[in-house]
Design a protein around this ligand. Structure first.
Ligand code: PLP
Length: 405
């Protein structure tokens, strides 16, 4: 299907704005994607008509707000093909979801246990495990990459031993764009009786997610990278696993009964949702999922891959440009440097021409160290980006290169 890009772009008000006197070319979608009008309107609608605390009141507005939040939970369940809504926990984002697992599932780890992760992880999937190391003598075993930016699967297999308690890896690298063979990696983890957590922050906006087909134990992602509102994330966990885990935070909504002699906890999913959730944004997140399904993930992926292919070819021809991440199976992320120019200078000058790209270490400093660079410039695509925008980016880059070298 050919996308109606005019219609799609028309639904994203921010794409009409300028930066200085230049039209905005937004290529920082990996950090956060833009939000269509219907999602913004859903947020406004919640504030204007449905703002009452959820799961608390018998009154009509509270019940309506609760219904809207729980509607999104059912939408997420269907979107990722979870078995039940009890397996869908709302968090503030991917980061909080991983911290929840580290704190709650990590409670059972013992001194000497080992966690396998990869050199391409975002800090959100490194630091929570390091925080555990303050209390427990846990070892982190790190899977390396090859020169194309693909994981070394042989090394991955070799890292399992009887002390391995968790394998955790990103589905898609936020720097290299590599799509990892997570189904296979989960299968290998399970062969060793090891639990597997997938960081889906960069996969969920681009790839279909089927947690039952993947057979992952945990899968985490953020709404704001999926055309949705900020402040909402999802932790998917297998029910029996979540049931066996202690609460992460204590407070309202996650209890059955509280007394000073002891407290009993609510059933799933509420056991892990202490306090007032961001029910306004959770409710609006359903509209973002509607948007993705209306446009179609296959169409989104095809369009983004075409932009990636086109831009990569053009950028690779420019003398001095080095691209990081050349795996054949790649998502719409293009990381590069220009000679020994500082990534910040490139990003700064591109911004003067209206082109928004990311610069720096992309919250993946161990990967930068592995690549031997302090940072990269990163362009990343979403469904609303056009070939014309890719051309503006490419010509702007050519224009600024003599200024940075
Ligand atoms: N994991 C990956 C692979 C990411 O790219 C990001 C954000 O860029 C995160 C985790 C953290 O997501 P959030 O900041 O929404 O919690």
């Amino acid at each position: 299907m050919k996308l109606d890009l005019n219609d799609i772009r028309g639904r994203f008000p921010i794409l009409e704005r300028t930066v200085g006197d230049k039209p905005l070319v937004y290529l920082d979608n990996t950090a956060t994607s833009q939000t269509p009008r219907e999602v913004v309107e859903a947020v406004v609608n919640m504030y204007e008509h449905y703002k009452a605390n959820v799961h608390r009141g018998v009154h009509t507005v509270s019940q309506e707000a609760t219904d809207m939040q729980e509607h999104t939970r059912r939408r997420v369940r269907d979107y990722i093909n979870a078995s039940s809504v009890e397996e869908v926990i709302f968090t503030r984002g991917t980061t909080e979801a991983i911290n929840l697992v580290a704190s709650s599932f990590g409670d059972r780890f013992r001194d000497g246990d080992e966690i396998i992760l990869t050199v391409m992880e975002h800090h959100a999937n490194i630091v929570p495990w390091q925080l555990l190391q303050r209390h427990k003598d846990i070892k982190l075993r790190v899977v390396d990459i090859n020169e194309r930016g693909e994981l070394d699967l042989e090394q991955y297999k070799s890292l399992f031993n009887e002390r391995t308690v968790l394998a955790t890896f990103t589905h898609v690298s936020n720097v290299l764009g590599t799509v990892n063979p997570v189904k296979e990696m989960i299968r290998i983890a399970h062969e060793h009786g090891v639990t597997a957590l997938v960081d889906g922050a960069q996969a969920s906006p681009h790839l279909p997610i089927d947690v039952r087909d993947l057979d992952c134990d945990f899968y985490v992602f953020s709404s704001h990278k999926m055309y949705g509102p900020t402040g909402v994330g999802v932790l998917y966990g297998k029910k029996e696993l979540l049931e066996s885990m202690p609460p992460y935070q204590g407070g309202g909504e996650m209890i059955k009964h509280v007394s000073f002699n002891g407290t009993t906890f609510a059933d799933l999913p509420f056991k892990f949702e202490a306090g007032t959730p961001d029910f306004v944004d959770i409710a609006a997140f359903a509209k973002a999922l509607d948007f993705i399904e209306e446009v179609g993930l296959d169409n989104i992926r095809e369009h983004e891959e075409e932009l990636l292919r086109y831009t990569t070819e053009k950028i690779a021809e420019i003398p001095g440009v080095k691209i990081y991440g050349t795996a054949p199976h790649k998502s719409a992320v293009l990381s590069f440097n220009v000679g020994d120019a500082h990534n910040y200078d490139v990003g700064f000058l591109l911004d003067k021409l209206g082109v928004a790209v990311r610069t720096g270490h992309h919250c993946a400093q161990p990967l930068m160290e592995r690549l031997g660079v302090p940072g990269t410039v990163r362009a990343s695509f979403a469904v609303y980006n056009t070939k014309e925008e890719a051309d503006i980016f490419i010509s702007s880059l050519k224009r600024i290169i003599p200024m940075v070298l």
